[in-house]
Design a protein around this ligand. Structure first.
Ligand code: AP5
Ligand code: ZN
Length: 215
């Protein structure tokens, strides 16, 4: 199963990706997570990506595409994968299509997580991430009173790009650059929209109902 998750910042891509990927036993590949790991590791890629991420802009395509090509070439991605955060514009989608074709592969399905801007701002303002296991929490919805991860005991942190101004800019970037992908994948006949509001488990169930026929 080769699957892509698209949706605005805060739609719940990372949250759903962790459950869907484990349900399907395929690797979850998140370009945002790979960039953040490079930022905290102080690599050259991390230093470059940070300047774009802090503003809420996209990292240049050539950098992102090379990184994804490397990751998709690894053994564990040969029989399937779930991409979270990539592609993020039409040029990235075209290159992904060509890259997969080279390997005699193609995408099975693109799931669009649908949620409105107001909910996005609420979700991102309360998001906390575990510095140890990467699990995503929400202060209000998960009733987190301390900054300790209930899964592993690690310390939770707030992402630098979750400040209100940056969130607003990320939403603009989504509308301008990422939203056209919806049309691109609809034209390819592989797009399915999923209502991403309501409890996390319900969203996962809705998503799995769409995915199962292809798995
Ligand atoms: P990335 O990490 O991909 O960020 P994003 O797309 O903005 O998405 P988020 O991670 O903010 O949100 P999400 O949809 O995963 O929501 P989450 O599950 O956390 O990218 C970051 C940056 O990296 C970009 O700005 C760019 O600079 C760069 N980058 C990445 N990919 C790139 C690419 N391909 N090209 C160029 N640059 C790239 O949920 C949010 C919160 O809501 C959480 O607290 C969660 O607990 C809560 N929540 C989730 N679901 C629910 C629910 N159903 N009900 C209530 N709360 C919920
Ligand atoms: Zn943890």
């Amino acid at each position: 199963m080769r699957l892509v998750l698209v949706g605005p910042p805060g739609a719940g891509k990372g949250t759903q990706a962790q459950f869907i990927a484990s349900n399907l036993s395929i690797p979850k590949i998140s370009t945002g997570d790979i960039f953040r790991a490079n930022v905290s590791g102080g690599t050259e890629l991390g230093k470059l990506a940070k300047t774009y991420m802090d503003r809420g802009d996209l990292v240049p395509d050539e950098v992102t595409i090379a990184m994804v090509r490397d990751r998709l070439s690894e053994d564990d991605a040969q029989d399937g994968f779930l991409l979270d955060g990539f592609p993020r514009n039409v040029p990235q989608a075209e290159i992904l299509r060509d890259m997969l074709k080279e390997w005699d592969q193609k995408l099975d399905l693109v799931l669009e997580l649908v949620v409105d801007d107001e909910e996005v701002v609420r979700r991102l303002a309360g998001r906390r991430t575990c510095s140890q296991c990467g699990r995503i929490w929400h202060v209000e919805f998960d009733d987190k009173k301390d900054d300790v991860c209930d899964a592993c005991g690690g310390t939770l942190f707030q992402r630098d790009d979750d400040k209100e101004d940056t969130v607003r800019h990320r939403l603009e970037v989504y509308q301008q650059q990422t939203a056209p992908l919806i049309r691109f994948y609809a034209d390819e006949g592989i797009l399915v929209g999923v209502d991403a509001t309501g409890p996390v488990e319900e969203v996962t169930q809705r998503a799995m109902k769409e995915i199962r026929p292809y798995a």
